[in-house]
Design a protein around this ligand. Structure first.
Ligand SMILES: Nc1ncnc2c1ncn2[C@@H]1O[C@H](COP(=O)(O)OP(=O)(O)OP(=O)(O)O)[C@@H](O)[C@H]1O
Ligand SMILES: [Mg+2]
Length: 606
């Protein structure tokens, strides 16, 4: 049987190579297998007492419910024929009591297990979010946004069912099956044996369908993640802007429609696989009572059983159907649950590339002088290919200004990122006041180095909250002062809602120059000793440019400043100017000396 399934699988995936994303890859399966049950169990150890209570309730509940068939037999074989009203009332009351008790147990059990499930989910969600926050920029450039969202919401959401349905149903099905089997044997061992004949076909069918469903579930999960990515890429502000300006809307729509359509097929197959199995199992299980009545009537197999026993037995046996099916499905539920855990653990196991040092050097950020040095720094984005920064050495005395110029792609932003330790150099080191930045706590480094980057990112909240994000303790006064210094106060206070204006998703409410000044105000609030200014390449009108320039000047006063300049006006007054080309320094000096040298800078400035 096993061989058959394997062969089916192999040909199944071989026939449709173009749909390889739609089938379970061997790697996926291996991953699910690798997740140790111990690790999954560890998530629940904190909740062991509630879970023990749940199991106790389940066991108690199945034992109580086993009283029913015996009460029924007594009603039919004794109370009714003897017309014993007293006994009848007791028996009937017992039947109602059994139902009431098991229902009450059920409510309590659902309450506890759902609570545990939700708590575990909450932990995982928070852990994944926290861990991903610590990931370096490199992780996010590698990963599709929709993918992260899908794992945090869909996959962890799916785990809830592991606890509330998979785990509890295993426990309750197992106890019900055992209790029912014992009760059946107690009522009539002959009939019990006869009932066993349906087991082999039931097991065979379940196995076969389980295999199918597993594949479909995995494919559906991937398709959903794909759909999420398309939504993120097609319906976020940047995405929609791109698609409108590039005219890619039809292609995006086609991709979404395709993806959505594949989902129809997958859902259909998934539901049908379930239905077919249910249908065939129904027939098999419906055959059992028929066989039982038949054997009860045949002298060879009847064993002189009473009508009460027969009725009680068939009642019991019909209750065996669902839990038995459930148990046969344990493998499927477990594998799909483990696959979910595997995807989440994969995120939790990501190495933190840029991490806090184990033994950090204590510094007082406000007492840092701010001398920045790059010592023979080389940096590769990928292992292959040429370095983005190639053996760069820089010495920027505290309080001085260094301007980086060079063609697009020459490595200016990369140097800025290395100073802020968004990446670690492949070789060489970056120091502040002589201390390697890798020896500083990331939080300390963040208070020392302020970055205003090429692309300003504003949170979807009010202007005030955006500014306060930089310094949660800032008073409204401080916020206004910073905005004034950044030349943006007048504009903000002129808005109908002033500082309570919503910036809109990613700040699209504001123009590039305005956003940049908000970002400058934000950085002013943090008051860093070292400043990295990556000027926006977007052309600003002269008036805005002047305002932004003034804001930059205010910001850089008294700080070590690394400016990536696209406007030569900024560069002219810098203490040092460094010209980069393909990640290497090709010239350096002051505006004056460089113009005299008549090299690349002179050509740029001309
Ligand atoms: N996340 C990344 N992954 C791989 N390569 C990258 C990444 N970011 C930048 N690069 C590459 O590194 C090189 C330097 O890029 P960088 O952003 O530092 O240039 P830049 O001088 O700031 O350019 P611009 O003036 O256009 O802002 C470029 O060749 C770029 O393609
Ligand atoms: Mg850049």
């Amino acid at each position: 049987m096993k061989h058959e399934i394997k062969r089916e699988l192999r040909t199944g995936s071989g026939e449709r190579p173009e749909r390889s994303r739609g089938t379970v890859s061997a790697a996926d399966k291996a991953k699910a297998r690798e997740v140790s049950l111990r690790r999954v169990g560890a998530l629940f150890t904190a909740h062991r007492w509630p879970l023990i209570v749940v199991v106790a309730i389940i066991v108690a509940s199945s034992i109580v419910s086993m009283a029913s068939p015996f009460l029924l037999r007594a009603v039919i074989d004794k109370a009714l024929p003897e017309q014993n009203v007293g006994l009848l009332v007791w028996l009937v009351a017992g039947m109602v009591a059994v139902a009431a008790i098991t229902s009450a147990f059920g409510v309590v059990q659902t309450w506890i297990s759902t609570k545990v499930g939700q708590q575990v989910m909450h932990r995982l969600r928070s852990d994944v979010f926290t861990h991903l926050q610590r990931q370096s920029i490199a992780f996010f450039t590698r990963t599709r946004t929709g993918e992260v969202q899908s794992r945090i919401t869909n996959d962890i959401g799916g785990m809830q069912s592991v606890v509330t349905s998979t785990a509890t149903s295993i426990a309750s099905n197992l106890t019900t099956v055992v209790a029912t089997a014992v009760a059946m044997a107690a009522l009539s061992w002959r009939l019990s044996l006869i009932s066993l004949v349906v087991m082999p076909p039931a097991v065979y069918l379940t196995r076969k369908v389980a295999q199918m469903r597993r594949e479909i579930t995995a494919a559906r999960q991937r398709e959903l993640a794909d759909l999420n990515v398309t939504i993120e890429e097609g319906l976020s502000i940047s995405g929609i802007q791109l698609s409108k300006t590039m005219g890619t809307a039809p292609a995006l729509i086609a991709r979404f429609v395709e993806s959505s359509k594949r989902l129809i097929d997958l859902e259909l197959r998934s539901d049908l696989a379930g239905r077919w199995r249910m249908a065939s199992m129904n027939v098999i299980f419906a055959a059992i009572p028929a066989v039982i009545y038949l054997s009860a009537g045949l002298p060879a197999t009847s064993g002189r059983m009473t009508i009460g026993t027969l009725v009680a037995f068939t009642a019991l046996q019909s209750g065996l159907f669902r839990p038995l099916m459930g148990l046969l499905n344990v493998g499927v539920s477990l594998t799909s649950s483990l696959a979910l855990f595997a995807r989440i653990f994969e995120y939790l196991d990501l190495r933190v590339e840029v991490d806090d040092p184990t033994t950090p050097i204590d510094i007082e950020p406000s007492e840092v002088a701010g001398r920045v040095r790059l010592e023979n720094v080389t940096f590769h984005y990928d292992d292959a290919g040429r370095p983005a920064v190639d053996a760069v050495s820089l010495d920027i005395p505290a309080g001085s200004t260094l301007a980086l110029v060079g063609e697009t792609g020459s490595g200016k932003s990369t140097i800025a990122a290395l100073v802020a330790r968004l990446y670690d150099p492949s070789s060489g080191r970056v120091t502040i006041d002589g201390i390697d930045v890798r020896q500083l706590r990331l939080a300390d480094l963040a208070s020392v180095v302020g970055v205003v980057s090429q692309e300003t990112y504003l949170l979807h909240t009010t202007v005030r909250q955006n500014l306060r994000y930089a310094k949660p303790s800032a008073t409204d006064d401080e916020i206004e002062q910073a905005a004034r210094a950044a030349q943006i106060h007048d504009l903000i206070s002129g808005l109908p809602d002033g500082y309570d204006t919503m910036v809109g998703s990613r700040g699209y409410r504001f123009s590039g120059g305005e956003k940049q000044r908000i970002a400058i105000a934000r950085t002013l609030l943090r008051n860093p000793k070292v400043l990295v200014l990556d000027e926006a390449t977007s052309a600003l009108d002269t008036e805005t440019e002047r305002a932004v320039q003034q804001a930059f000047d205010t910001l850089s006063r008294g700080r070590t400043t690394i400016t990536i300049a696209h406007r030569l006006s900024t560069v002219r007054d810098a203490d040092q100017i460094v010209v980069l080309d393909h990640g290497r320094i090709i010239e350096s000096g002051t505006h004056h000396s460089l113009v005299q040298d008549n090299g690349r800078y002179a050509a740029l400035a001309a």
